[in-house]
Design a protein around this ligand. Structure first.
Ligand SMILES: [Fe+2]
Ligand SMILES: [Fe+2]
Length: 281
């Protein structure tokens, strides 16, 4: 067993709880639902559209090692992780359906390309697939932390149809942020493999999102507008920018003694649930 699993203490009372929500996405949801801005909206559209294929990949990657896990409590967490990610895929599929209805059919092509690549990893390189999963789970965890910690920056500018989807996803990503990592530590634990996977996945994810944003802007007839791109660069790299603000958290992954719960932000989940318990079944 990897040393980090033994030494890190989970937050008291941590539970990985699959929940159902009524998402509010509808054909009436505005096209530019984030701050009324094409680039900002398409940044989140691009991310969201990677989730269903990506999260099904996470599930396959972790499930592959289910029989190798000794701890019953970790096995239970894996089962709940699988339920949570399965539900996230379904709800973000609804977002993809909206994008298709709005006239962005190329999103399906991007999904097919990603699926072929990720299926290949699952089939031929299951250890790398698990390392890729923990890398991408780190991304989702630090994005989720940003959304929960600074709702005035990330949730308030969203149209109300979108808010609960992103908040719900953020609390569940936070709850299960260490599940795949703990499995990785138990069945593999290689530092060099997870660093390699993180480098590969960082390049892959950033390219994937950039290409999708470019495609979405192109379909809107906005691709050749420098002003939109300049505003977009400020949105991701300016003060409190979407990528700049997660940079420090991102690099924690490269520490040898990294563990997701060394950054204990579980209070954000508890505070959110106390305030919004009526939204969940
Ligand atoms: Fe998820
Ligand atoms: Fe996740």
């Amino acid at each position: 067993m990897g040393r980090e699993v033994e030494t890190v203490i989970e937050p008291a009372g941590l539970e990985v709880t699959p929940r159902k929500i009524e998402i509010a996405i509808s054909p009436d949801t505005p096209r530019y639902w984030f701050d009324g801005h094409p680039f900002k909206t398409h940044y989140f559209n691009a991310l969201s559209s990677t989730f269903p294929v990506g999260e099904r990949f996470f599930v396959r990657s972790v499930r592959h090692y289910l029989d190798d896990i000794d701890s019953d409590s970790l096995k239970q967490k894996v089962n709940n992780f699988v339920s949570q990610e399965g539900r996230h895929s379904i709800e973000h599929d609804a977002h993809i359906e909206l994008l298709l209805a709005q006239g962005y059919p190329g999103i399906r092509r991007f999904e097919r390309v990603d699926k072929v690549a990720l299926d290949f990893l699952n089939r031929h390189f299951p250890r790398f697939a698990l390392a890729a999963t923990i890398s991408l789970e780190h991304f989702t965890a630090i994005l989720a932390n940003e959304l929960l910690e600074y709702p005035e920056r990330w949730i308030s500018p969203m149209h109300e149809d979108m808010r609960l989807l992103w908040q719900w996803h953020s609390i569940e990503e936070t709850e299960h942020k260490a599940v795949a990592f703990d499995v990785y530590q138990e069945v593999c634990g290689s530092y060099s493999l997870r660093v390699l996977a993180m480098v590969v996945e960082t390049i892959g994810l950033l390219l994937d999102v950039l290409i999708r944003v470019g495609y979405l802007l192109w379909k809107d007839g906005l691709f050749w507008q420098p002003r939109i791109w300049w505003q977009g660069i400020r949105f991701v790299w300016g003060k409190h920018g979407a990528l700049r603000s997660i940079l420090k958290d991102y690099f924690r992954f490269y520490r040898r003694d990294f563990h997701p719960w060394k950054a204990n932000n579980y209070h954000l989940v508890k505070e959110f649930l106390e305030a919004h318990h009526a939204d969940f079944k």
